[in-house]
Write a protein of this length. Structure first.
Length: 254
């Protein structure tokens, strides 16, 4: 993961947020949200629509989203990410490692207003985009933290997510240190998930994780369902604090 020049990394970045999503021009090829989007995002569907249009316009123009992905932003990206919320306990603190254009962190925050989400992204260009999106959508439960995962976690989180960041064997070394004792890493994967799980057994054990489990999210809502590799971090010996200590990531203002 490359560390760019510019504003110093390692501090959460926040900007004033508005309360309503802005009107945005429809992007050619984006299409209307599927019926499942209303079930997943509820009364925040309009915010999800605004986010989809930002990805299809500014995201494409700034090189964060490929033009060919516009027609499948809903099914392959927003809904594919948002359904992972079914694995996350109420009120959890979530760190989204290598958030990029905000996937899966922003869809999770839209689907689950009870979550406190940190978007961890080392790139200044992507971080700036994320800050703008959060302000436009009025997501005050989400912050951007410009930092590389391998630099280590300032505080543990109950849940850590990652999508299209690295092979699982490398991902566990970067992400499990961010997971609170008793918490979980949720890595969104595709068809390679079973092979990656088999190849990463030693790496998971070395990083303090318990055996990986394959989960299918969004059954009956998205086709195909989202494949998630779930890796729990063992609770601290003799402690019941574990996951409670990481239920909300504490943010220091830089």
């Amino acid at each position: 993961m490359h560390q760019p020049c510019g504003e110093p990394a390692g501090s959460p970045i926040e900007r004033p947020a508005t309360t309503d999503p802005p009107p945005t021009a429809g992007a050619a090829g984006l299409g209307r949200p599927p019926a499942a989007a209303g079930r997943i995002f509820g009364d925040r569907l309009s915010h999800a629509e605004a986010y989809a249009e930002l990805l299809a316009t500014d995201g494409v123009a700034r090189g964060l989203v490929g033009p060919r992905e516009v027609s499948r932003l809903w099914d392959r990206h927003l809904l594919n990410c948002a359904v992972v919320a079914e694995l996350i306990p109420a009120g959890s603190g979530v760190v989204d490692v290598g958030s990029g254009a905000g996937l899966p962190g922003i869809p999770l925050a839209l689907a689950r207003p009870d979550l406190s989400v940190t978007l961890l992204e080392p790139s200044l260009r992507r971080s700036d985009f994320l800050i703008e999106v959060l302000a436009l959508l009025g997501l005050n439960t989400v912050v951007v933290h410009r930092r590389r995962a391998e630099e280590g976690a300032p505080a543990p989180a109950a849940v850590v997510t990652a999508r299209a960041v690295a092979p699982l064997q490398q991902l566990v070394a970067w992400c499990l240190p961010w997971v609170a004792a008793g918490g979980r890493l949720l890595a969104i994967k595709g068809d390679t998930a079973p092979a990656e799980v088999a190849a990463s057994t030693a790496a998971v054990r070395s990083a303090g994780g318990q055996p990986a489990a394959l989960r299918r999210c969004g059954v009956g809502l998205v086709d195909p369902p989202t494949t998630v590799v779930e890796i729990a971090r063992a609770p601290a010996a003799g402690s019941v604090r574990g996951i409670a200590a990481g239920s909300r990531l504490q943010h220091r203002r830089g």
